[in-house]
Design a protein around this ligand. Structure first.
Ligand code: COA
Length: 379
């Protein structure tokens, strides 16, 4: 039997073209439609970036006004979605709630069976506009609180925080949240995006593809890592009275012990980036601002201690989930809500890829090499 070159995990395999984003691991760079993500995070709103991902160009003033009006008009929590969410136990993982809500929104969409470019664009904007209400309400109901109505005078990020906490959001916090939404929006053929493209390639609908993508994102090797980072911090112990240095020392000891036990520590490493994740410096800067804003240096101590010990032992660098986790914690999100925040953002990238797949489709159907028993027969 000729040896077959199996590419386990499709590592290193280029499966298609994409014009949505470019990840360059050699230069640690990430471009959305040609624009460096750091520039977008510094100069744009998440709404502008969503428009860019879907349309290929940044909006002019008129286009942005029309686009934001559509987003603001679609923010209310769908009463049917709310009633379905209410049937789920509050112990259900919020990713399961997001997945279920997406499925319900798909089944109820006026263009459910239409996958034309116009219908898909409408579905993408509708789903993107609707998801913050689902994520916010789910966190609130787990705390025994009612849903908060959206506010048309706030932008996407400020309104998301408003609907989650029911308080006027502080500008600095909105800014950090906006940065996180932009950084999480798109990352080429990662596992969940590829999942969405596989589903789309069968000529299934947009909501089915996003529902499947949410399932893929839930895993701790992918989006679930931002939640897992916080579990690590909790396991080490967050002690608000501790100095930065004391926290760093304890974190280093924890990491040395974890690595001695050959544990995988979530929030570190990446399939594509091997010398650092292009998005980390921007997200870390946002985390630093939040640490200063909330006056919590001990969290920076934990962050630094883990990062330094990992670097010294294995030279493995943090990925985006590492600074994002503690940032969301400081803002007041429940740890379980972190990956749904990633969903709310990544809906933009997923659906941009879905539309690209539809425009140039070929059924995604790889081969496998059989290694089971030789042919045999039922006695
Ligand atoms: N902690 C400890 N060791 C790690 C590690 C981590 N987070 N990430 C990679 N490694 C080690 C592996 O143990 C392996 O070591 P070995 O060669 O001695 O066995 C080596 O680095 C290669 O790791 P591997 O898992 O084969 O690389 P990959 O390209 O398949 O993995 C990830 C990429 C992301 C799956 C992996 O780095 C990981 O599991 N990270 C944690 C989850 C995470 O943060 N995911 C979010 C990604 S954005």
């Amino acid at each position: 039997m000729a040896a077959v070159d199996i590419k386990k995990g499709l590592a290193g395999v280029v499966v298609d073209y994409t014009a949505v984003s470019k990840v360059n691991p050699d230069t640690n760079s990430l471009l959305y439609r040609g624009y460096p993500v750091q520039e977008l995070a510094a100069k744009c709103s998440f709404e502008e970036v969503a428009y860019l991902l879907w349309n290929g160009e940044l909006p002019n003033e008129t286009q942005l006004a029309e686009f934001t009006a559509r987003e603001r008009a679609g923010r209310a929590l769908d009463p049917v979605v709310k009633s379905v969410v209410d049937t789920l136990p509050t112990t259900a993982h919020p990713m399961d709630v997001c997945r279920t809500a997406t499925s319900v929104l798909g089944a109820r969409h006026e263009l459910a069976e239409d996958s034309s470019p116009e219908a898909n664009m409408k579905k993408a904007i509708d789903l993107w506009a609707a998801m913050p209400a689902v994520v916010a309400y789910d966190q609130r109901r787990r705390r025994g609180q009612d849903a908060v109505e959206p506010r048309e005078d706030l932008d996407y990020s400020a309104n998301f925080l408003w609907m989650t906490f029911g308080e006027d959001p502080v500008d600095e916090v909105v800014e950090a949240f906006n940065v996180s939404m932009i950084l999480y929006a798109e990352h080429s053929f990662n596992a969940s995006t590829f999942t969405a493209r596989v589903v789309t390639s069968t000529l299934s609908d947009l909501h089915s593809a996003v529902t499947a993508a949410i399932g893929a994102l839930k895993g701790p090797l992918h989006g679930g890592a931002n939640e897992a980072v916080m579990h690590t911090f909790d396991e080490i112990g967050i002690r608000s009275e501790e100095s930065l240095e004391e926290a760093a020392t304890r974190a280093r000891a924890w990491m040395e012990d974890a690595l001695a036990q050959k544990k995988k520590v979530m929030g570190f490493g990446h399939r594509v980036y091997k010398h650092g994740d292009s998005r980390v410096p921007t997200m870390k800067a946002a985390l630093d601002k939040m640490i200063a804003h909330y006056g919590r240096p001990e969290l920076l101590g934990l962050y630094n201690g883990l990062e330094q010990a990992m670097d010294e032992a294995k030279a493995i660098k943090p990925n985006l989930d590492y600074p994002a986790g503690p940032t969301y914690h400081l803002m007041g999100f429940d740890t379980q809500t972190f990956t749904p925040l990633f969903v709310a953002s990544r809906i933009t990238g997923w659906t941009a890829h879905i539309m690209e797949q539809v425009a140039s489709n070929s059924l995604i159907r790889p081969l496998s090499e059989y290694n089971g028993p030789e042919e045999r027969h039922v006695p």
